[in-house]
Design a binder for this molecule. Structure first.
Ligand code: IPM
Ligand code: MG
Length: 359
C-alpha cells in the first residue's frame, strides 16, 4: 500500500516525538511491503514566525493532499501565553483543523497498562481492576461552535455562549461510537445532562433511536456529574463512553491521567469518510523540548491508530500496540513513567526498543 501522510509536528516536543513515530511507521512499512510518503506542514507557534497565522493555507493544502494527518502538539510556555505567537494558538489551529475536515468524532482511549498500575493516581485495588476505556467525543457542535458574544444590559457586561445540536450531528457520532463498542466489550455509556439541558434531551432521544441498529451493544445513559465521579471511583466499569463536545473535553482529561502519564495517551479525530488526524492527548511540554527525554509512546500509538482507522491496516496497528506493551513488560521506561530503580531511556532509545519488538 502506498500512502501519503501529512506531518504536522507543531511545537515543543512535537518535532522529536513525530520523528520517532515516523521511524516506527517506516519499520512497519518495510516489514509489510507498504510505502509511506510524508509531507510536512507548519502549525501552531511553529507556523507563526513565517506566516503570522497558526494554521496557514499552505498547511491546509498539505493536509488536503494527504491520506491522513499525523499531528504532534502545539502551544508555548505558559508565561508567554499573552504574546501573539502563542495567544489562542491551540484554539486557532485545532478548532480550525476540525472544522476544515469535518472531524466530528474524537477517539480518546485511556488504558492502564498492568505494568504501570503503580503510576496510576488511583489506589491499586481500583486501578488493578483493569482500566481500558474509549471516550468518543463529538467535536463539531455544542457550546463550542454556537454563537459567542457579549452585550451590555443596564450598563453591565453580559456574555452569551449558545449550545446547539442537530439530530444529524448526534446520530453521526452515535453510529461511530456504537460501531466502536461492537468491536470492543459491547457496552456504551452515553453521558449527558438531560435533567437540565435541551441539547442533552435530544442527545438522549437520538442515541436511544440509533441503539436499535446495534442490538448487541448495551446502552446506558449517565448524567455527566455522575460520570465524572465514576471515572475516578471505578473506571473499570467503562468500555465506550459517548458524549458531547464540552463534556467530552472535560471527561477525557480526567480519564487521560489514569494511565499515569500524558506521554502514553493517543487520540484520533475522524470524519465520516474515515479521513483523520492523529495526535497525542498531551500538550507540547515546552519544558522538555530538545532534551530528548519526552515519552514517544503517545505519538507512536497515534500513528498506530492512523494505520488502523485511515488505512485499514489492523494487523500493522496491532503490531505497534503489541510492541509498546512488550517494551513496557520488559521494563523499559522513559523518565515520566520510570520508578526510582528503573533506567530512564531517552526518546530515541525507547523507540528503538519498540521497533525491536515489532513482529
Ligand atoms: C482538546 C483541547 C481543545 C478543546 C482546545 C485547545 C480548543 O482542550 O483538544 O481537548 O477544547 O477541544
Ligand atoms: Mg481538552
Amino acid at each position: 500500500m502506498n500512502k501519503k501522510i501529512a506531518l504536522l509536528p507543531g511545537d515543543g516536543i512535537g518535532e522529536e516525538v513525530c520523528t520517532e513515530a515516523v521511524r516506527v511507521l517506516d519499520a512497519v512499512a518495510a516489514a509489510n511491503g507498504h510505502s509511506f510518503e510524508y509531507e510536512k506542514g507548519l502549525i501552531g507557534g511553529a507556523a507563526w514566525d513565517d506566516h503570522q497565522s497558526h494554521f496557514p493555507d499552505a498547511t491546509l493544502k498539505v493536509c488536503q493532499g494527504s491520506d491522513a494527518i499525523l499531528f504532534g502538539s502545539i502551544g508555548g510556555p505558559i508565561d508567554l501565553a499573552h504574546e501573539p505567537k502563542w495567544k489562542d494558538c491551540e484554539k486557532n489551529s485545532i478548532l480550525a483543523l476540525r472544522k476544515a475536515f469535518n472531524f466530528n468524532a474524537n477517539f480518546r482511549p485511556a488504558k492502564v497498562y498492568p505494568e504501570l498500575v503503580d503510576i496510576c493516581p488511583l489506589r491499586e485495588e481500583v486501578a488493578g481492576k483493569g482500566v481500558d476505556m474509549l471516550i468518543v467525543r463529538e467535536l463539531l457542535g455544542d457550546i463550542y461552535f454556537g454563537e459567542h458574544r457579549r452585550e451590555t444590559r443596564d450598563g453591565r457586561r453580559v456574555a452569551i455562549d449558545t449550545a446547539e445540536y442537530t439530530e444529524d450531528q448526534i446520530a453521526s457520532v452515535a453510529h461511530t461510537a456504537f460501531k466502536a463498542a461492537s468491536k470492543r466489550r459491547k457496552s456504551l455509556v452515553s453521558v449527558d445532562k438531560a435533567n437540565v439541558l435541551e441539547t442533552s434531551r435530544l442527545w438522549r432521544e437520538v442515541v436511544k433511536e440509533i441503539s436499535a441498529d446495534y442490538p448487541d451493544v448495551e446502552l446506558e445513559d449517565m448524567f455527566v456529574d455522575n460520570a465524572a465521579m465514576q471515572i475516578i471511583r471505578d473506571p473499570s466499569r467503562f468500555d465506550v463512553v459517548l458524549t458531547a463536545n464540552l463534556f467530552g473535553d472535560i471527561l477525557s482529561d480526567a480519564a487521560a491521567v489514569l494511565p499515569g502519564s500524558l506521554g502514553l495517551t493517543p487520540s484520533a479525530s475522524l470524519n465520516s469518510e474515515g479521513f483523520g488526524m492523529y495526535e497525542p492527548q498531551g500538550g507540547s511540554a515546552p519544558e522538555l523540548e530538545g532534551k530528548g527525554v519526552a515519552n514517544p509512546i503517545a505519538q507512536i500509538l497515534s500513528a498506530g491508530m492512523l494505520l488502523k482507522f485511515s488505512f485499514g491496516l489492523t494487523k500493522e496497528a496491532d503490531s505497534i500496540n503489541r510492541a509498546v506493551e512488550k517494551s513496557l513488560e520488559q521494563g523499559f521506561r522513559t523518565a515520566d513513567i520510570a520508578s526510582a530503580e528503573s533506567e530512564k531511556l531517552s526518546t530515541t532509545e525507547m523507540t528503538n526498543k519498540i521497533i525491536e519488538n515489532l513482529s
